[in-house]
Design a protein around this ligand. Structure first.
Ligand code: IMP
Length: 425
């Protein structure tokens, strides 16, 4: 029977382990598809070797799967070509399996330069520095350059000149000299030739695949609380990282998504600035960071760590339409005597059970916890439901009931096999 078209989406602030869940589920699908974000994503997969993918969908390590980078993704050609080269050098064939939307917008070096300038001289968001915000800004301002523009030389030159002139005005406001237009144009032409084998009409490709009964796995990047519309704005990324981004990011109708698998860590992490009610800025947080190796896959930055937040989790389950859950990194909590889960916030005398839109309110919220007994490190050996220690089982049941969704997958280690599939989901 055909597997339902499924989205794997992060329910926290990113880094939930979506890449490894996508890699695990990929063999059940014909296509794995990215619909938003760009090189800011860092999907870590540990097979024999460790792979960190930024732009190429996580299904690429399975030779029979087609991978699509949709129109909603912003693509840095240098990064994509580097990633393709790296995959090839490690024996992964990419030709004829990777399709890049001709409608995707391109990230240029000046987007990265502006990202860095805005971070150092404007409001600090704590971005990945991959040029994501400035590229999406150009897209919305109707200044952006798309993959397809690379293949109409005169059009490319005219459009690029307009963009470069506008960027020069902006750079001057930061006391920066003008861009080298000829160099940028030349690099774009070189990239055009090197990207050509992968460029496709991915809208048509996806419609034909779905109509032909193929099954699609939609791979979300970043996490729901970083969604530009629904996250902790302005401390968010510049795309719709929830399932809400799928239709626009791929040119397919929303009904194409038949199942949503929400991924959460057994605790919470966040990189960059912005409110984080359950943050542990103390030795307990440091312990989670060291055990979970919580350092950014894209930037190497230490991640802020804290307890599981069910208020944020319930909100993310609701906006994404989550059907089932995957809980990752359960082993990281092994060895803690007591484990906490935030069930609601308190703001003054008020109990808050709905995730606030107002950041000053969110910042003022105090997490209210329940405490559960911990479990031992031996959990990393568990491969079946009946091998999960009873205390960890209680933790999972509590998270499931607080979020209102059944748990389908639990991960207890970084390797592909370190997972437990739960029945009855
Ligand atoms: P940008 O997407 O690089 O503009 O960064 C905006 C915010 O999103 C910053 O707080 C980043 O740390 C965060 N962010 C972007 N991509 C990821 C990711 O893949 N994992 C976790 N956080 C991310």
């Amino acid at each position: 029977m055909k597997h339902p078209n499924t989205c794997v989406v992060g329910l926290q602030w990113g880094d939930e382990g979506k890449g490894r869940i996508t890699d695990l589920l990929a063999p059940q699908f014909d296509l794995v598809v990215r619909y938003q974000g760009g090189g800011n994503a860092g999907h870590t997969i540990v097979e024999k070797d460790k792979f960190i993918l930024h732009l190429v969908p996580s299904g690429i390590l399975h030779p029979d799967i087609q991978c699509v980078i949709g129109n909603g993704v912003v693509v840095d050609p240098e990064l994509l070509l580097q990633e393709i080269q790296e995959l090839k050098s490690r024996g992964v064939s990419v030709a004829g399996r990777l399709f890049l939307s001709e409608r995707a917008h391109l990230v240029f070096p000046f987007h990265k330069q502006l990202d860095a300038l805005q971070e150092s001289q404007g409001r600090k968001i704590g971005t990945t520095g991959r040029g994501i915000g400035p590229c999406y800004t150009d897209k919305i301002a109707r200044l952006g350059i798309r993959v397809v523009d690379l293949y109409t030389p005169e059009h490319l030159e005219t459009r690029l000149r307009q963009v470069v002139e506008s960027k020069n005005r902006l750079l001057a406001s930061y006391d920066q000299g003008p861009l080298d237009f000829a160099g940028i144009l030349e690099a774009a032409r070189t990239d055009a030739a090197r990207l050509a084998p992968y460029v496709a009409d991915t809208v048509k490709l996806l419609h034909e695949a779905i109509a032909g009964g193929k099954s699609v796995l939609f791979e979300g990047a970043q996490g729901s609380l970083l969604d530009v519309d629904l996250g902790t704005y302005p401390y968010v990324t510049s795309s719709n990282s929830t399932t809400c981004g799928i239709a626009a990011g791929l040119g397919i109708p929303p009904r194409s998504v038949q199942k949503v698998l929400g991924v959460v860590k057994a605790y919470t992490t966040r990189v960059g600035e912005g409110p984080f009610p359950t943050e542990l800025a103390n030795p307990e947080g440091d312990r989670i960071r060291e055990k979970g190796k919580e350092y950014g896959a894209t930037t190497g930055r230490p991640r802020r760590c804290g307890w599981f937040d069910a208020v944020a989790g319930r909100y993310a389950v609701m906006i994404n339409g989550v059907d089932t859950l995957a809980i990752t990194m359960l082993d990281v909590l092994g060895g803690f005597e007591r484990i906490k889960i935030c069930t609601e916030y308190r703001c003054g005398n008020e109990r808050i059970r709905d995730f606030p839109a107002d950041l000053s309110r969110l910042e003022a919220c105090q997490p209210q916890y329940i405490e559960l007994a911990g479990w031992s490190d031996a959990i990393s050996q568990a491969r079946q439901a009946d091998e999960i220690p009873v205390q960890a089982k209680t933790f999972l049941d509590t998270v499931s009931s607080l979020l209102g969704a059944p748990i389908e997958i639990v991960s207890v280690g970084a390797h592909r096999d370190h997972v437990i599939h739960l029945k009855g989901s």
